[in-house]
Ligand binder design. Sequence first.
Ligand code: GLP
Length: 280
Amino acid sequence: MTAKAESTHTYDVLTVRVFRDAATLGTAAAEDAVRHLAAVLETHDTANVLMATGSSQRSFHQALARQDGIDWRRVVAFHLDEYVGLDASHPASFRHVLRRGVIEPLGVGAFHGIDADRRPLEAVRTAYARALSEARIDLCCLGIGENGHLAFNDPPYADFDDPEVVKPVELDAASRHQQVREGHFANLEEVPTHALTVTIPALLNATRVQCVAPEGRKAHAVARALEGPIDPSLPASILRRTPHAQLYLDHESAGGLESLRPDTRGAPSTPSAPASRRAR
Ligand code: GLP
């Protein structure tokens, strides 16, 4: 069954689709991802995907398991970011989350994890950057942090023209607090202070970019990303300059968008009718 968007909009060059709820959004993103990867596999031996983690990705990850029509053994997965010094078996480790939630249940052929608990860190960073650079990334699956980050490119350190592929970062306080609120760590002291992250140009270098951002806690960041300036202070705003990206929202995460309020958009749009919105 195809999951339908309730409405579709354009912000600069970015296509934004709004769904009824997180489950429908996850299903639509999974259908689109599998359709794209299966098309890649028609002409290539393998398809390479770069995957986000985080609580907001769960409905998407769960929906992937319900899709037919793809041989996951021919898919190679990479991920966006990892905490420095956190063991791969820690429940909050992004490698652990992906292995348990995606790689093992789907039977993904190969997984390149960022071993940011190993030393020297510089060797880990350069090896991962090399592996990513040598792969053709067919699909990048992103989320948006509550502070507007993409991967762990937190404001104000995000760099739209970053010369690196992978870099070490000190985590923004907002990012660390979010991890405690979501229950991944018992308190702030337990949250690692540093991470390795794929940089913004390397994320957007993928052939296709799907950004999945459901839930009301993302409404403020989504509104700033789509209606504020395109600026590293809100890293996800760069999606508006990314024609090969799609943003998947639900009613809650789209709830802060002034431009979608009935009183500011004129006549209400018909369900699923395209509506063009320019950022102010
Ligand atoms: C996390 C990760 C990202 C993810 C984003 C959304 O902390 N660094 O890989 O895309 O932030 O996370 P969440 O779904 O927990 O809000």
